[in-house]
Design a protein. Structure first.
Length: 405
């Protein structure tokens, strides 16, 4: 990579050991991807996970005196107080690692948002903005729906970018790498937000390559929740950091504009039958459930309102957890949804992820219902079986303690 005098000074330690360490890692990444130079960034989001490697790296940067130049928003972890009061006594080891991680990020200068949908609130980029975002639903959303530019950062590389305020220029930062090479002919009706969960899971099952797809045949603009679901599943079932939808996403006003000088390498057709097959395989057979979980990624106030509408004046038979940002929790309190859901026996909890051990330990080896394939997939390692249904059906299941169909 070609470095400026300023960048070389950073590497030589003129701006401190922490900056030098972070930039050294980024130079190695840049060289691995044939980047030519560094470019400045304006935003960062770090997929904090409060697990050993995450804490080790944050503390390492801290011990070298690093400080974030561009304060990143961060992913959720565990709301220790809420879960301790309402679920179980979090073991000391869990309390220690979460507290130490939060403290390390706070000292590094991160914004402790603890939310995995920063692109909807708190850290929303504009079209064309060059940024460094990690987190599976965030990368496709900012690239595809907004037209901002980020590579598929890991939490460590995004944290380095936050410290240095720049990223190596390669991949999705370059015009030519944002063009579509796979045409996806959607011959099925995609209408609800849940349809995007299924389509997002189905496409990588049919095509495993890393090229950017353009989806054709989608008539109506997805809601923010539909886009959020779509990106989360595309980047969990597969590795899709950016996609286009013809006539809908900003870099695909037409098919030709989205393809540019590239050539379409393959045409993938997705039929109603493909989606029905994915749905059947993925969503599992009806059975009794031990709990319900929504919020992977964190659900929006609209989704909280949907859940409140279905459960108003009724009682849940099993514990129900809604995971949200602290901003959404505050809104839910103000708008009365929190009271409705609490009266039904459910919980709205902020700052918490479905995937940070040990917070969901009481449900290990149990059966849950969720609307999110990502939630189901991540919890397989803890032997939690999730039945997947659209939100309204999942709420109905929680009211009777069983998924009926
Ligand atoms: Fe968010 Fe954690 Fe799921 S970060 S997307 S709740 S795995």
């Amino acid at each position: 990579m070609k470095l400026t005098g300023y960048e070389q000074d950073i590497l030589d330690g003129k701006y401190g050991e922490g900056m030098a360490y972070a930039l050294g890692i980024q130079v190695a990444i840049g060289n691995a991807f044939d980047a030519d130079c560094f470019v400045p960034i304006t935003r960062t989001h770090v997929a904090l996970s409060a697990q050993d490697a995450d804490l080790w790296f944050a503390e390492k940067l801290l011990s070298k005196g690093a400080k974030c130049k561009i304060p990143p928003t961060v992913n959720p972890s565990i709301n220790l107080k809420y879960l301790n009061d309402h679920l179980f006594e979090i073991p000391e080891e869990g309390v220690n690692i979460v507290s130490a991680t939060n403290e390390a990020y706070r000292k590094l200068g991160a914004q402790l948002t603890f939310n995995c949908t920063p692109y909807l609130q708190q850290n929303v980029p504009a079209y064309g903005e060059v940024i460094a975002f990690s987190e599976s639903s965030a990368t496709p959303y900012v690239n595809s729906v907004i037209g901002a530019r980020t590579n598929r950062e890991g939490s460590n590389s995004a944290l380095c970018a936050a410290v240095t305020g720049m990223v190596p220029r390669y991949g999705l930062l370059l015009d030519e790498n944002r063009k579509a090479e796979i045409e996806v002919d959607v011959q099925a009706k995609i209408e609800s937000d849940f349809d995007y969960q299924i389509l997002g899971w189905c496409y990588p099952e049919k095509y495993k390559g890393l090229e950017i797809p353009i989806f054709r045949g989608i008539k109506k603009r997805p809601t923010p929740e539909g886009f959020m679901n779509f990106g989360a599943q595309l980047n969990t079932s597969g590795c899709v950091s950016m996609y286009h939808i013809e006539g809908i996403t900003p870099e695909a006003p037409t098919f030709e504009a989205a393809v540019g000088n590239k050539k379409i390498k393959e045409v993938i057709t997705i039929t109603e039958q493909d989606l029905a097959d994915t749905r059947q395989r993925l969503c599992r057979e009806p059975k009794k459930i031990d709990f319900a979980m929504f919020g992977c990624p964190h659900i929006t106030i609209n989704q909280v309102a949907t859940i409140a509408r279905v459960c108003e004046g009724r009682k849940f038979k099993v514990p129900v957890w809604l995971l949200v940002s602290s901003l959404t929790k505050e809104l839910a309190v103000r708008m009365g949804y929190n009271a409705i859901i609490q009266r039904a026996g459910g919980h709205i909890v902020s700052d918490t992820c479905i995937d940070v051990p040990p917070c969901w330990q009481p449900y290990y080896h149990g059966v849950g219902v969720t609307d999110s394939p990502k939630c189901a997939y991540y919890n397989e390692i803890r032997d939690i079986e999730f039945i997947i249904r659209p939100i309204e059906e999942a709420v109905e299941a929680a009211i009777i303690g069983e998924v009926l169909k």
